[in-house]
Structure formats: C-alpha cells, structure tokens
Design a protein around this ligand. Structure first.
Ligand code: PAF
Length: 329
C-alpha cells in the first residue's frame, strides 16, 4: 500500500514538471506560461488573453503554451502582481490600482476625473508618459506589454439613489486596495473599506458594505443586482486603466526568438481588449436596467470633482501628474 502511494506521488510530480517545461515530438523544449486575472471568462481581460494565447501558440508552433486562469484562480490582483515579481506567475492582466502597491508611480492614474475622455487617456498612455510608467514597472521585475482598460468606474449601492456628493454621507463603500481611492471616498463623506474583489461580493451580500464602485461590465457580469445593489450612478470618477504584463523572470527564461513573439502579441492585445470593453459597456448598462437596477445617468459631476480635488495633493509623483494634465490642455 505504502509502495503504491509512493509510486502515485512520483508519477504526479513527473506530470507537474512536464506541465512547466517539457519536450515536444521533435525533442524541442515546450514552455508553458500561466496567465491570471480576476474576472470571468467572458470578460475582455480574458478574451484578450485567449487571443494572445492562440496567436502565440500558432506563431511558436506550440513551443510556447499559455494557460489562462480567470476569476482570481491564481490569486487576486495584488497577489498576481506580487507573483510576477517573484516569477511564480508569468502573465497577468490587472487594473492598475492594486499594482500601485508595488509600483507607486502608477498612483497618478488613480487621481479621480484625471482624463478629459477615453481618447485622451489612450493617447497619454500610449505615449512618452505611458513608457515612463512601463520603465517604473520594469524596475520592479514586471514588463508592461500593453495598456488596456475596464471602462469608467461608477458607484452602485443598496439604499438610495446617489445624485450629489451629500448622498454619499456615511455610505459604507468597498474600494480597491488603493490609497487615493480611499482618500477620495473619505472626501466625499463615505465610509470606505478597501478589500480585494474576491472578498467584495460576500461583503455586499452580507451587508458589511452598502456600496461598491466598478465599471458597468463588472456590475453586469457579477449580477450585482442580486447582491443588494439597486442603484447605479454614472459618476465615471475613474477611467479604470488596466495593463497586460509579463514577469521579467519569465521573459529572461524564454529563448530570444520565443520571447519576442510573446512580447509582440502582448503589445497588440491591449488595443483589442479596449475595443471589446467599449462595445460591451453599453450592453451591460442595458442589461442592468432590464434587471431592475435604477441607473442615475444625468448627474452633474462638477460637485463630485470639486469634493475630491484635494486628493490630487496626495499623489506622490506630482511631476508625472502635471505632465498628464498638461498633455490634455
Ligand atoms: O474593483 C476591482 O477590484 C477591479 O476593478 C476588478 C473588478 C478586480 C477588475 O480589475
């Protein structure tokens, strides 16, 4: 019995090793990369990774295989980021907010109402400023492949329509694990609690928090109306920037010809993902309405902007922040 158990353990270990780095029929090395993110398998984060997988596997004749893990299966966004710095996760797509815990320069992107519009955001990120931010990632062992997005963040809640900042007074709201977001909601008079998305749904269902803020596509894909969320106010307070990233350790372990292909495919996927978000965002708002959620669409954002303006002072990299503002004048 004991002997049988040992045989099973040896066999399992062999299978595991084969999954990471194995030979193909021609005796060539096969590299298996693990890609993780926090959203479901019909979200553009995932669809983008699947497209990247298909292209990489085809162009490398199967010498690089990408396994894609949705729904935080490899960890929540903060853990995934840490995993890349340690070389335990190869590829990640994540919103930038939790990545700031490792790369503080990215916090400039969390300043509320930062971008005039989506086009300006894309122009800034795909230009010199975006490259500067990718250099900061590189210093922490992460390669920025391309800029993506999750849409504009809006507020949902279980108790009443939010039309002006005063309506947020005392509202218990889940925020991302990000100091600027936390400070902004404090300025608005709410009671913010930062937590990973993996904990947020239970917190909403159990009434630990009344509210959360995320793009409409997240509210739709997670059926937040079933988690007590009856109202959604289209504040669009943050353009939720995301990044396709690769662990520098993984990059260095891959032979040059293969890593060039992975990087090239990673570089083009952000734009594809962004188009999918724009397309799906409108449908998500319609679905939320059909499911009975009250959508507060025509609000005056100026008082919200005014209330959070002081959090700009908390941004550590002021020079970078001013560069972003100047680029949009
Ligand atoms: O709110 C968050 O934590 C993020 O927006 C999410 C849902 C994980 C997507 O990046």
């Amino acid at each position: 019995m004991k002997k049988k158990l040992i045989m099973v353990m040896i066999f399992s270990a062999m299978v595991l090793m084969a999954a990471c780095n194995s030979g193909d029929a021609d005796g060539q090395e096969v590299y298996t990369l693990q890609a993780g993110h926090s959203l479901p398998d019909d979200h553009p984060y995932h669809l983008g990774l699947l497209e990247m997988k298909e292209n990489v596997e085809e162009r490398t004749d199967g010498r690089v295989v990408i396994e894609v893990f949705p729904c935080s299966e490899l960890g929540a966004e903060r853990e995934l980021t840490e995993g890349m710095t340690l070389g335990t996760v190869d590829l990640v797509v994540s919103s930038t907010a939790p990545v700031t815990n490792f790369v503080p320069e990215l916090a400039v992107l969390d300043a509320p109402f930062l971008f005039n519009d989506r086009e300006s955001a894309v122009e800034v990120l795909n230009g010199e400023i975006g490259n500067e931010l990718f250099d900061a990632l590189d210093e922490k062992g992460i390669i920025g492949l391309s800029w993506a997005e999750n849409g504009y963040r809006h507020i949902t809640n279980s108790t009443h329509p939010i039309e002006k900042p005063e309506d947020l007074k005392g509202v218990k709201i889940r925020t991302q694990e990000n100091e600027i977001h936390l400070a902004a909601f404090e300025k608005l008079g709410a009671q913010p609690t930062p937590m990973a998305w993996t904990e947020a749904l239970t917190a909403l269902q159990q009434g630990v928090v009344d509210a959360q803020e995320n793009p409409a596509i997240v509210a739709d894909q997670y059926s937040l109306y079933e988690s007590n969320q009856e109202y959604m106010t289209l504040t669009g307070h943050v353009y939720s920037v995301a990044i396709y990233m690769m662990s520098k350790q993984t990059y260095e372990e891959l032979p040059e010809d293969l890593r060039d292909i992975v990087v090239e495919e990673g570089e083009r996927i952000g734009a594809v993902e962004r188009d999918m978000i724009v397309e799906m965002e409108k449908d998500s708002i319609e679905t939320l309405k059909e499911q009975g959620m009250e959508i507060i669409e025509d609000i005056d954002v100026a008082p919200f902007q005014e209330a959070v303006s002081e959090v700009y002072e908390l941004v550590e990299h002021q020079e970078l922040l001013n560069k972003i503002l100047d680029a949009q004048k």
